[in-house]
Design a protein around this ligand. Structure first.
Ligand SMILES: NC(=O)c1ccc[n+]([C@@H]2O[C@H](COP(=O)([O-])OP(=O)(O)OC[C@H]3O[C@@H](n4cnc5c(N)ncnc54)[C@H](O)[C@@H]3O)[C@@H](O)[C@H]2O)c1
Ligand SMILES: O=C(O)C[C@H](O)C(=O)O
Ligand SMILES: [Mg+2]
Length: 604
C-alpha cells in the first residue's frame, strides 16, 4: 500500500517538492502566512491530524485538533482502508452509484488535504484514474450541478465581458503553470453539458499533477460559460450556468480572446490546454491562437499523437517493418475534432515516410461521419474534410461502415464518433476479412458507454488475433485459445502531461508541430518488440510518470531543435540546448513535484 516513501521523499527533497514552495527549484522549509483554522481549511497546507507539535504551537493550532499526531503513512493507510471498505459495502449496487460514491470520497479528500489526495492518486493511479478521469468524470459532469459543494477553478461567463483582466487577479496563486480550459460544448461523447463541463479541466489537471508532477498550487481549471444549447440543463432549476443559448460567431470569439489576453497578461509563461470544445471552435481557436500563445488542443493534437503511436504499434505488432505503415488501409469513423486530427497527422506521417505529397498519402484513408463515407460528391463539404473526401467511383457517397469495411478490407478500423456500439457484430465480423493478419480495432470514444464496441465483443466477433485499443479502460479479455486479449487504453492521457510539462520547462512561447511529433514518436518507440507483438501498444498507466518524463524530454528537445526555448527558472536556453537526452529526462524528472508534508515553519 505505502510504496516507495524513502525513494520518493529523497527525490522530492532534491526537487524542493514542498507544499508551500512556489518554485520547484528552491529547497528548504517555507513559511505559511496563515494561522489557526484558516490553515486547517486550506487544502494546500492542511495536514489534518498530521501537524507536528511545533507547528501546532507556532501556527495557533493547539486545541483545534485532537491531541494524537497521526503520521502521513497512517493517514494514507486509513484513507485506503476507508476506500476499500466503501468498495466492500457497495458490492452489488448499480455501477453509477458505486462510481459516484468512489468519486465523492476522493473529492472530499481533494477538498480537505491536497498532499494526501495526490499521494494516494499517484500511488494508486491505475485504480483511481478511472474515477477522477475517464469514464467516471463523465458521469460527474452530467450530475455536476447536484454534486457541487465547493468551488474549484475559475468561471468566466459571457456576463464577465470587459471584467476578465481584473477577475484573473482574484485567483489566489501567484504563479500558474498549466491551465486547462473548456467551454463545455462537447464533453467526452456526452455532448453539450454547459458549465457542468468544468469536471473535465479538473480531471485533466489532476492527471497533470499525478503524471507530470505539476505543482497543484500552479494549476488552474477554467470554465468559459458562454451558455448551453442543452435544453434539459436550461430547464433544470439547479443548473449552475448561464441560462441562455450558446453564443456564436464574433461574440463568442471576443469572450475567449479576452480570457486569453487576461490569462497571459498575468502569467505570460503558462501553458494553456484547450479541451472538449465542439469541433468548429476547436479548430478555429487552434488556428487563431497557436502562433500567438503557448497553447495546444488536446482533442485534436494530443489524441492525434496517441493514435499515431497506436497505428505504428499495430504495424510492429504485425511483425512488419515500420515503413509498411504507408501501405496500411485505415478507416476512421468520426470526422470531428479528434477524427480529423488523427487522420491529418497519420496522413502527414505517411507522406513523410513515403516521400509523397499529402494528397497522394490520403489514398489509403477512408473517413466516415454521421452521413456515411465522405466523398467529393457530398454537397456543402466542410473545407477541413475536403482533403480526405474519396472519389465516389471507388465507393459510393455515404456508404455505411460495414459497406466500407467489406469493400476496403482495412488493416485498421478506428472510431472517434462518440456513438456507443456503432462497431456492431456485423461490422466486427466484416473485419475478419481484413487484408491484415492482425487487424486493429480502436474504439476510442469516451466514456465507456460511448465506445464504438466493447473489448469482449471486438475479440469475440473480429477474431482473437486482433489488436485492440479503447479510450476508456476495459478489462483484458480471456480468449478461448487460452491467451489473453490485451486491452490498450488509447487515450490522450499518455501524451498531454508530457506535452505540457516539456513545453513549460523549455520556456517555449508556442507549441510547434515538431514538438507534437516528437511526443508521438517517443510514445510509439516506448514499447519493446516483444510487448508489441503480444498486442501491448501502450505502457501500463502505473508507469505514467516515467512515460511523461520521456515524452516531456522529447518535446523539450524538439523545442531546442526549433530554436524556440527561452528557459525556465535558473535554467537558461543555453543550458537546455547542451543537455544530452538522458540529462533532459533527468532535468524533467527532477522538476516533478511530489507530495510530502513539508515544514510550514522554520526549524529553530
Ligand atoms: N481516446 C481519446 O484520447 C479521445 C480523444 C479525443 C476524443 N475522444 C472521443 O472521441 C469522440 C468524438 O470526439 P470529437 O471531439 O471528435 O467529437 P465531434 O463531435 O467533433 O465529432 C464527432 C464525429 O462523429 C461523427 N458521427 C456522429 N455520429 C456518427 C455515426 N452514427 N456514424 C459515424 N460517424 C458519426 C460526426 O459526424 C462527427 O464527425 C468523443 O466520444 C470523445 O470522447 C477520445
Ligand atoms: O478525456 C478523455 O478521456 C479523452 C479525451 O480528451 C476525450 O475528450 O474523450
Ligand atoms: Mg477531451
Amino acid at each position: 500500500m505505502w510504496r516507495n516513501i524513502a525513494r520518493f521523499s529523497k527525490a522530492a527533497g532534491r526537487t524542493g517538492g514542498s507544499r508551500r514552495c512556489l518554485t520547484t527549484a528552491i529547497p528548504g522549509p517555507c513559511i505559511v502566512h496563515k494561522r489557526g483554522s484558516d490553515i486547517l481549511h486550506d487544502p494546500w497546507f492542511n495536514k489534518d491530524t498530521g501537524f507536528p507539535l511545533t507547528e501546532r504551537d507556532r501556527l495557533g493550532l493547539r486545541g483545534l485538533l485532537p491531541p494524537r499526531i497521526i503520521s502521513f503513512e497512517q493517514q494514507y493507510d486509513r484513507f485506503i482502508e476507508s476506500f476499500r471498505s466503501l468498495e466492500r459495502n457497495t458490492l452489488g449496487q448499480p455501477d453509477n452509484v458505486v462510481s459516484l460514491a468512489k468519486w465523492r470520497i476522493l473529492n472530499r479528500l481533494h477538498d480537505r488535504n491536497e498532499t494526501l489526495y495526490y499521494r494516494v492518486l499517484i500511488d494508486n493511479i491505475k485504480d483511481f484514474a478511472p474515477i477522477i478521469y475517464t469514464p467516471t468524470v463523465g458521469l460527474v459532469c452530467q450530475n455536476y450541478s447536484g454534486l457541487y459543494r465547493r468551488p474549484r477553478g475559475m468561471y468566466f461567463s459571457a456576463k464577465d465581458k470587459g471584467e476578465m483582466m481584473s477577475m484573473i487577479y482574484n485567483w489566489p496563486a501567484h504563479q500558474v503553470d498549466m491551465i486547462v480550459i473548456t467551454d463545455g460544448s462537447r464533453i467526452l461523447g456526452l455532448g453539450d453539458l454547459g458549465v457542468q463541463g468544468i469536471g473535465i479541466p479538473i480531471g485533466k489537471l489532476d492527471m497533470y499533477v499525478a503524471a507530470a508532477g505539476i505543482n497543484p498550487q500552479r494549476v488552474l481549471p477554467i470554465m468559459l460559460d458562454v451558455g448551453t444549447n442543452n435544453q434539459k440543463l436550461l430547464q433544470n432549476p439547479l443548473y449552475l450556468g448561464l441560462r441562455q443559448s450558446r453564443m456564436e460567431g464574433d461574440e463568442y470569439l471576443e469572450i475567449i480572446d479576452e480570457f486569453m489576453e487576461a490569462a497571459f497578461t498575468r502569467w505570460p509563461k503558462a501553458v494553456v490546454q484547450f479541451e472538449d470544445f465542439q469541433a468548429k471552435w476547436a479548430f478555429e481557436t487552434l488556428d487563431r491562437y497557436r502562433k500567438k500563445f503557448c497553447m495546444f488542443n488536446d482533442d485534436v493534437q494530443g489524441t492525434a499523437g496517441v493514435a499515431l503511436a497506436g497505428l505504428l504499434g499495430t504495424v510492429r505488432a504485425q511483425g512488419r517493418p515500420l515503413s509498411d505503415f504507408v501501405n496500411q488501409k485505415i478507416v476512421v469513423v468520426g470526422a470531428g475534432s479528434a477524427g480529423l486530427g488523427v487522420t491529418k497527422t497519420a496522413v502527414q506521417a505517411v507522406a513523410r515516410m513515403a516521400g509523397i505529397s499529402f494528397a497522394e498519402a490520403t489514398k489509403n484513408f477512408y473517413l466516415i461521419d454521421k452521413d456515411g463515407l465522405v466523398t467529393t460528391e457530398r454537397s456543402k463539404l466542410d473545407p477541413v474534410v475536403v482533403p480526405f473526401a474519396k472519389n465516389p467511383a471507388e465507393i459510393r457517397e455515404g456508404a455505411s461502415i460495414v459497406e466500407v469495411v467489406k469493400t476496403v478490407r482495412p488493416h485498421v478500423l478506428l472510431g472517434l464518433s462518440g456513438v456507443g456500439g456503432i462497431f456492431n457484430e456485423e461490422v466486427l465480423k466484416a473485419m475478419r476479412e481484413s487484408d491484415s493478419c492482425k487487424p486493429a480495432i480502436f474504439a476510442m470514444s469516451n466514456p465507456t458507454l460511448n465506445a464504438e464496441c466493447t473489448a469482449a465483443d471486438a475479440f469475440k466477433h473480429a477474431g482473437e488475433s486482433i489488436v485492440f485499443g479503447s479510450g476508456s479502460p476495459f478489462e483484458n479479455v480471456q480468449l478461448e485459445n487460452g491467451n489473453v486479449g490485451h486491452v490498450n487504453q488509447a487515450n490522450n492521457m499518455y501524451l498531454f502531461p508530457g506535452i505540457g510539462l516539456g513545453t513549460l520547462l523549455s520556456g517555449a512561447r508556442i507549441v510547434t508541430d515538431g514538438m507534437l511529433l516528437a511526443a508521438a514518436e517517443c510514445l510509439a518507440s516506448y514499447m519493446t518488440d516483444e510487448e508489441v507483438q503480444k498486442g501491448i501498444l501502450y505502457p501500463s498507466i502505473n508507469n505514467i510518470r516515467h512515460i511523461t518524463a520521456e515524452v516531456g524530454a522529447a518535446v523539450l528537445r524538439a523545442a531546442v531543435s526549433d530554436d524556440i526555448v527561452e528557459g525556465h527558472g535558473d535554467v537558461g536556453p543555453r543550458d537546455l540546448s547542451h543537455m544530452s537526452k538522458e540529462e533532459t529526462v533527468d532535468y524533467i524528472t527532477r522538476n516533478m513535484w511530489f507530495p510530502i508534508y513539508s515544514p510550514l515553519v522554520h526549524e529553530k
